[in-house]
Write a protein that binds this ligand. Sequence first.
Ligand code: FAD
Length: 535
Amino acid sequence: MIRINEVKLPLDHSEVALHDFVINKLSINKDQLVDIHIFKRGYDARKKNDIYLIYTLDVTLKDVDEEQLLTTFANDHHVKASPDTSYKYVAQAPENITERPIVIGMGPCGLFTGLILAQMGFKPIILERGKSVHERAKDTFRFWRTRELNTESNVQFGEGGAGTFSDGKLYSQVKDPRFLGLKVKQEFVAAGAPAEIIYVSKPHIGTYKLVTMVEKMRRKIIELGGEIRFETRVEEINIEDNQVSGVTLSTGEVIPSKHVALAIGHSARDTFKMLHDKGVHLEAQSFSVGFRIEHKQETIDAARFGKNAGHPLLGAADYKLVHHCKNGRSVYSFCMCPGGVVVAATSELESVVTNGMSQYSRSERNANSAIVVGISPQDFANDPMQGIALQRKLERNAYVLGGSTYDAPAQCVGDFLAGKTVSQMGDVEPSYKPNVKFTDLSSSLPDYAIEAIREALPAFNKKIKGFSNADSMLTGVETRTSSPVQIKRGKDFQSINTKGLYPGGEGAGYAGGILSAGIDGIKVAEAIALDMLNA
Ligand code: FAD
């Protein structure tokens, strides 16, 4: 197969335009072109009224000497041989293997560690502190409705992990020469995700689809001999002579294993503390804090797509913004959810944390995204436990500012920029549930963060017209953008001072998002499998 990159065609190109392009580009006749497979489709909307689709194509030819053809295009980096993108298992467990690897956490990282281990025949035991996804969804929606928080079953904890009630965006900036991201997406499609996630450049799944997909993937792991235990919190990692010997559960039960994947996400603060107390090597890591901002989706669509707003191939518009401030801080948009809602994402009592989610249709009236300011380890004495303490302090402060009822503190952008509080909303209705309380947000974050966001919002307005409109809505606080902790691992994926412990995913500092956590989960599974075979 031949791959052609960066094929640029107008948004409303005809059906035959791709065929015509390929035939012309390769100077072949139409009978020699057997099939065109779209490997990737993105768009270039830098000029909103003149939007182009950008394709990467894999074409199957007949009666063509492909080697000869590639020689002709040796100096054209747009034409290459199509790479082999299929996933190859690195190991297969022997029938008589007795040890079972343990996976802690069933977010995307733990899910893929468990799935790949099971597919290689290693029969993992997956331990998840939260409930199965169906029960967890009930607890989460109950909290949003009634303010009753279950600290073990919520947006952060439970089957599917932190991204289950999300927009389900599936793209990442990580280098992926082995196409592991494709393996993640193929497994998602096999579990019911829309097939387009394989080729569109910014795929998303939406929250309801994710819930049913996670259930199907669980069944697959069990069919392959894996075991999954919900409402099972790992209380302690057992370590003897710097080697893991197993885990102790909150029930007191001990499960032995010399191979333990740690895929606990960024919110398992009690587990981080346990690891710290046990002497597992942790380091402080940068994270960000800020607010969720909401606009009417139509404001974003008009600013990004102009007359093309509403085009079915474009969907609801997103954005990505960054501003470098005079005080040396950077402010950026994060986890943008077109046509979605702001959600209450705390896992701790008397705390308020915001995040965003949407359905596959992205048809809610508002667009939301986090507007956050980078915080580096120097801001919290380079101490991972201090980073967690800072997050917690801001979350508890937000709870009080919101009226100590799990309502979130909120303020219109106009009032925030002017430094005053008006107890009413304008044109943009906040979507956060259970509710918001209008207040002055200036005390909700460190002064340098407030100063930076006040500088950035008008700057963002120059890129997206209407961004800092007085009616745009800010809801606080966004604190769980990434883990304040890195659990250092070596090239063998094991903790640098605890053999047999395999830190992975977002909580350990090796992923930021669903796709990269899934990719990291595959790598962790491979490292465990290879070590188990060498043992
Ligand atoms: P997690 O998903 O956090 O999973 C960790 C799991 O470990 C949890 O289920 C937890 O219950 C369990 N656990 C923790 N401690 C223990 C213990 N001691 N014993 C047993 N189990 C334990 N990313 C995107 O790419 N796209 C998006 O659209 C997106 N939207 C998001 C929306 C929301 C509301 C949130 C909260 C996050 C969103 N993210 C999104 C981020 C994404 O969810 C995370 O990056 C991803 O889930 C990290 O995966 P993980 O497996 O490393 O950790």
